[in-house]
Write a protein that binds this ligand. Structure first.
Ligand SMILES: Cc1ncc(COP(=O)(O)O)c(C=O)c1O
Length: 425
């Protein structure tokens, strides 16, 4: 397979995709080569979690095999080596997202942990009764429930930017909801895990900042698919999960502007996050350690550095083009299926389609596809309020990534067509 790094989508590029080329060599992902229920695996559940390339698995194993020790603590050789690799991953991730200072990168267990850290560390300290938080109707539960809790605790109001029928955010409503100056923070997803819509983050950030509000960006579905520059996004906080971007589970980061992080309270407390402790009091360590209490997922963080390196090697131009081509093919093919309804559709978007098929429960369809080796997601996608607005309890979701081929899209669609026949629709 050829690595493709061309920069504009054209017919020659479409031909490459039709030939089965992918930006990421499939041989880097041994898990993709297996057979499931006697069929070659077609893995199309990447919005839930991606597969890992061998370089990432190797980086994790190498830590255990060569420099297994705790970080930032001991004075011996292995601890020094482990700390250097851990901090090198921080510098690499900082570069990857365009963070001006690696101290602003806090390692977490994922997006959920990042949201909770800010909801508790910033929200509990700075939200006052009568303040408001502005979210959107398309948030994943992870970027909703922690804000619900802190709003209740602090007597703050929750407001929501509505989702339009084509799956975009209503910016006129956003302006109106910000107008009274009571919104202290806007928390939104970069890309919807249900609709695939890429939100106009910098435009919303400009509105928020003009109204005196901070911006928290949920990058769980954005960072794996788009080149990330926190400066261009103009957000104040960004959280993402490593496992959706080729890295191990249980890894992720919270990025925040240094001045904000310094003003916030720590979320978890204990070892490694202190400067001085007496029996009755403690003071906090400098950034980033103030927010990294306890022993972190050292091997995972080092492997997150390897994942980021892998994505940079492929390049986001190639990733975006490949996904655009797969998305076009997926939508064209799904449109051929009677009774199939796609949710959303607004552009720009990533290659992610949620749909249902009249007369077929999403769980039945997903199970049928599994019997043909095709892995897709079914359920409420951790976005119950959005699904309620769409008028459904569950959907199916197909979400390709950098190693999926056009042929795999065709196989998934063929399996949906076969399911309709099997269920006599
Ligand atoms: C948009 C979005 N936000 C947050 C999350 C939560 O990510 P994690 O479970 O890795 O913390 C997800 C996971 O699916 C997501 O899609």
């Amino acid at each position: 397979m050829k690595t493709n790094v061309c920069c504009s989508f054209d017919s020659a590029r479409a031909l490459d995709i039709a030939r089965g080329e992918t930006p990421a060599p499939r041989s880097d992902f041994p898990a993709l080569a297996q057979r499931v229920h006697d069929h070659p695996l077609v893995y199309l559940d990447n919005a839930a979690t991606s597969q890992r390339p061998q370089s990432v698995v190797r980086a994790e194993c190498e830590y255990y095999g060569s420099c297994n020790a705790n970080v930032h603590r001991a004075l011996h050789f292995l601890a020094g080596e482990a700390t250097e690799r851990y901090e090198a991953a921080r510098r690499r991730v900082a570069e990857f997202i365009g963070a001006p200072d690696p101290r602003e990168v806090i390692f977490t267990s994922g997006t959920t942990a990042g949201v909770n850290l800010v909801a508790a560390g910033w929200g509990r300290k700075f939200l006052q009764p009568g303040d408001a938080l502005l979210l959107t109707e398309m948030e994943h539960h992870s970027n909703l429930v922690p804000w619900q809790r802190v709003a209740r605790e602090r007597g703050a109001e929750l407001r929501f930017i509505p989702v339009t029928p084509d799956g975009a955010l209503d910016l006129g409503a956003a302006r109106r909801l910000l107008a009274d100056g009571r919104v202290k923070l806007v928390a939104l997803t970069w890309i919807s895990n249900v609709l695939g819509t890429e939100n106009p983050v910098s435009e919303i950030a400009a509105l928020a900042h003009a109204a005196g509000a901070l911006v928290f960006l949920d990058g769980a579905q954005g960072v794996p698919h788009r080149r990330t520059r926190v400066g261009e996004l103009d957000c104040d906080f960004l959280a993402f999960s490593g496992h959706k971007a080729l890295a191990p589970t249980g890894t992720g980061i919270l990025w925040g502007r240094a001045a904000l992080l310094e003003a916030m309270d720590p979320f978890l407390s204990g070892g490694d996050m202190i400067e001085r402790v007496t029996l009755t009091e403690a003071t906090w360590a400098e950034l980033p350690h103030k927010f990294e209490a306890g022993t972190p997922h050292i091997a995972g963080v080092i492997a997150l550095g390897a994942a980021v390196a892998y994505l940079e090697r492929i390049g986001f131009d190639a990733i975006t083009e490949h996904e655009a081509a797969l998305n076009r093919r997926l939508n064209e093919r799904l449109a051929e299926i009677p009774g199939l309804r796609v949710f959303g559709g607004a552009a720009p978007r990533i290659a992610l389609v949620s749909f249902d098929v009249e007369g077929l429960h999403p769980h039945d369809l997903a199970q049928f596809l599994d019997s043909r080796g095709v892995a897709i997601r079914a359920g409420h996608l951790c976005a119950q309020p959005l699904l309620r607005k769409l008028g459904v309890n569950a959907v199916n979701r197909i979400s390709p990534y950098i190693y999926n081929t056009a042929e795999e899209i065709d196989r998934a669609v063929a399996a949906v067509i076969e399911a309709r026949k099997w269920f006599r629709l």
